[in-house]
Design a protein around this ligand. Structure first.
Ligand code: FES
Length: 160
């Protein structure tokens, strides 16, 4: 359960309790690295088809992973540079508790479109944004990370 990327999973064979679903949906921004997501997470396509369900997952935000949308550490090879906070003074949009299911809709060649209550935290654990709808960059080139600013179109970002 301490595996940060969710790559290591387990199934109890002794009827012990399964891994609990985190009480809150938290997106932790790793400086120069991925988005670590905790919660009742669902990755879907644009039609709502469920591609993956998890309680912890590391999602690529450098745009170069070979196993998108998951992080494969390619950010280290390409020397991806991105702060762990927000680059604008965006205010929290909603005063809410980050509970319930959260969907990451994978826009083809575009961002993660989030649906559901969530909190974004910088790497030091500070809450920097709460909301129930936004688009997070996954091409690596937004000038307003972690949010999408439309740059994926001008750079010809490709991701299914
Ligand atoms: S996905 Fe990076 S700017 Fe939109």
């Amino acid at each position: 359960m301490r595996c940060p990327t969710g790559a290591l999973q387990f199934e109890r064979k002794d009827d012990g309790p399964a891994e609990p679903i985190p009480a809150e949906n938290i997106i932790l921004i790793e400086a120069n690295g991925p988005l670590y997501v905790r919660g009742k997470v669902e990755l879907t396509d644009m039609d709502g088809g469920v591609l993956h369900q998890d309680t912890r997952v590391a999602l690529c935000r450098c745009g170069a992973s070979k196993i998108k949308p998951f992080c494969d550490n390619t950010h280290l090879q390409i020397n991806f540079q991105a702060e762990a906070g927000v680059t604008d003074n965006r205010e929290e949009t909603v005063d809410l508790k980050p509970v319930g299911p959260i969907k990451f809709v994978l826009a083809p060649n575009g961002p993660y479109r989030l649906q559901g209550n969530f909190e974004i935290r910088s790497a030091d654990g500070r809450a920097i944004f709460r909301g129930n709808k936004t688009a997070l960059c996954r091409c690596g080139s937004s000038q307003n990370k972690p949010f999408c600013d439309g740059t994926h179109k001008s750079i010809g970002f490709l991701a299914e």
